[in-house]
Design a protein around this ligand. Structure first.
Ligand code: CP
Length: 307
């Protein structure tokens, strides 16, 4: 099993390491549902959430996860920090490092920013999403959600739909799902398909009927307008008509196919409320619950050791 000091991506993990994290997260699902906490596991450890991009789910769940394990958790507000006075990423990290923090959870709009910090600080660095590169804890929580619902996380056909080009969620999911022996289809317009996406276990589709045919899982992705340069789609209305996940398009997948979305959702753009809120098909809320458990597992794994 791969030993890892930081969690910078799914790349670098191996199947035993992923399975061990999912198994540990499973125990935290049960603990969280019991209403109990594990308050002393990370007592005396400090976790700093350093988010240079907005977040609801990831930041809150890392905060909850840290507190449930007994860590001291600090949410650094970048907009009111000395970053606004011109302090660099590395100087900011060096400052936090001098305060002896143990876990640094980083979200940044530049791909590779967490990896750069990991070379400069003593803390364990966790990538909470970097540019279009990776969002490893999202892929882990997606895998846990699928494994709990389908009873396995191998041999499944997973259709990932929409804005693949700008999605770190897609990239981490492709790495994790193919590593565990699933078949991934990426479905979207050619303008939102990154170069070099083809890989063993990954098929590219531009037609939802073909891409979703017989799928076990349909994952819709947010249209990331903030990362687009120029008009990559004619209009959101047209995008929805061709690629928005609605009841009719979901009908191409297996009758028991699950609907997933990492959030935040743009209803009526990449997903219709009718399927997003369908309690029989949608596991979007469950993904959020799994996010806390997965982040507890990651903090448990990386936070116990003092480097
Ligand atoms: N899925 C996800 O990363 O959501 P947030 O941007 O709210 O953290």
């Amino acid at each position: 099993m791969t030993e890892f000091r930081h969690l910078l991506g799914i790349e670098g993990l191996d199947p035993p390491a992923v399975t061990a994290l999912l198994d540990l997260a499973e125990s935290y699902v049960l603990l969280n549902r019991s209403g109990k906490t594990q308050r002393d596991l990370l007592r005396g450890r400090t976790l700093i959430n350093l988010f240079f991009e907005d977040s609801t789910r990831t930041r809150t769940s890392f905060e909850l996860a840290g507190k449930r394990l007994g860590a001291d958790v600090i949410n650094m507000s970048v907009s009111t920090s000395s970053v606004t006075k011109g302090e660099t990423l590395l100087d900011t990290a060096a400052t936090l490092n001098a305060m002896n923090c143990d876990l640094l959870v980083v979200r940044h709009n530049r791909s590779g920013a967490p990896a750069l910090l990991a070379q400069k600080v003593d803390a364990a660095v966790i990538n909470a999403g970097d540019g279009t590169h990776e969002h490893p804890t999202q892929a882990l929580l997606d895998a846990l959600t699928i494994r709990r619902r389908k009873g396995r996380i191998s041999g499944l056909t997973v259709a990932i739909c929409g804005d693949i080009a700008h999605s770190r969620v897609a990239r981490s999911n492709i790495l994790l799902l193919t590593m565990l022996g699933n078949f991934v289809r990426v479905v979207g317009p050619p303008t939102l398909m990154p170069a070099g996406i083809e890989a063993p276990g990954v098929e590219v589709y531009h037609d939802m009927a073909l891409g979703l045919a017989g799928a076990d899982i349909v994952m819709a992705l947010r249209l990331q307008k903030e990362r687009m340069t120029g008009g990559m789609i004619p209009s959101t209305r047209e995008f929805f008509n061709f690629y928005g996940l609605d009841r009719a398009k979901l009908g191409f997948a297996k009758p028991d196919a699950l609907v997933m979305h990492p959030g935040p959702m743009n209803r009526g753009v990449e997903i219709d409320s009718d399927v997003a809120d369908d309690p029989l098909r949608s596991v979007i809320r469950e993904q959020v619950e799994m996010g806390v458990a997965v982040r507890m597992a990651v903090l448990d794994r990386l936070g116990r050791r003092k480097f």
